[in-house]
Structures are given as C-alpha cells and as structure tokens.
Design a protein around this ligand. Structure first.
Ligand SMILES: [Fe+2]
Ligand SMILES: [Fe+2]
Length: 193
C-alpha cells in the first residue's frame, strides 16, 4: 500500500534495541518536525479551507504523538535529549522543485510529506513486529495506523489540487529518488537512521 521500493533490513531493530533512549529522543523530535511541517504547509497554502482544516487536525495529532513519546521517556526515567537532525529527511528535501510555480511547489511539498509518512509507517510496522518490548510494540503499532492515514491524506491533497501537474509521475520519481537515499540508511538507532 505504501509503494516503497526498498524495505528496511529487520536487523535495524537490533540496533534500535541497543539504545532505546536514543530512538525515543529521535522519535520525539520526528513528531515535532511533522507538526511543524504541517503548519508550514498551512502557512504556504492558506487558501484551501479543507486542506487547512485537515492539516490543523494532523498537526494536533503529531503534537499528541510528541507528547506520547515524551510520556514514555519520562516514565522510563530518561530525559528528552536535544533536537536530533534528520539527515534522511534533509536528503529527501533536495528532491523538491523549489523553482517551480506555486502549485508545483505545493504538490512537491505534499508528496515529500507523504513519503516521510510512508517511510515512518514502514519503520513503525517493523518495530511493532520485531521489538521485544511489549509496550513499545503496541505503541508503534498504533502509531503505524495513524501515520498511514497521514500518508493517504497528503497524497489525496496532491491529487485533488495538483491539476495540470502530473502527480502520479512526480510520485514515481520521488519513490525512485527515495530508494536511492534509503539504501544508505538502516544502520543507526534513529527512526529514519
Ligand atoms: Fe506522528
Ligand atoms: Fe504523521
């Protein structure tokens, strides 16, 4: 359903399990970035009432996810570390056409967001299946369902408003681009690492 070309090597979960505090800190900041990204899309495309309505809801959900991860961090006696950079997302960002017209930029931003949701969803699914910690297994299952919904939402807005833009072709290009990027990951204890 997610149309990703490359699945994460399950051995990545062993790396994650060796440093739960790190994955939780990184994950918390991923949720913060997801909320911030939704607000940025609203700021840039405020003339679409349905998109604004749905992305406000999505931003709230991402903040709730941030809070849920932070609650787990506190419960386990850890502390939220400083913000982590996400080099996977930074590489993916380069795909976006920043010189195009406003509509092309909006489509690209929505597809970029959909892709991050798709990969996060794939990682959460793997975590929920493989991680030995029962609390985290359930937690990641629930988040996987939520991020799958976000993926669908971003893709459907790209299709709905991307009139005159070949959205399917652009998505195919992004899927191929992401495949090249993700090949170099799966080696560290971060959500997209
Ligand atoms: Fe989230
Ligand atoms: Fe999300």
């Amino acid at each position: 359903m997610l149309h990703l070309k490359l699945e994460t090597d399950p051995r990545w979960v062993n790396i994650v399990e060796s440093n739960i505090e790190e994955i939780l800190t990184d994950h918390a900041w991923c949720e913060q970035k997801a909320a911030t990204n939704a607000i940025s899309i609203i700021t840039l495309n405020s003339e679409y009432p349905d998109l604004v309505t749905d992305l406000l809801e999505l931003a709230k959900e991402e903040l709730e996810h941030f809070q849920m991860v932070h609650d787990i961090i506190k419960k386990r006696g850890y502390k939220l570390g400083r913000e982590r950079k996400d080099s996977y997302v930074n590489e993916l960002y380069k795909f976006m056409n920043k010189g195009g017209n406003r509509l092309q930029c909006m489509v690209d931003r929505l597809l970029f967001s959909a892709m991050i949701e798709a990969r996060s969803c794939e990682r959460f699914k793997l975590l929920s299946k493989e991680i030995k910690d029962p609390e985290l297994s359930k937690f990641y299952y629930d988040l996987m369902v939520s991020e799958a919904g976000h993926y669908t939402l971003f893709i459907s807005y790209a299709r709905k408003y991307g009139k005159g833009v070949n959205v399917d072709k652009r998505w195919e290009e992004l899927v191929a681009f992401e495949c090249e990027v993700i090949k170099n990951y799966g080696k560290s204890e971060t959500i997209h690492g």
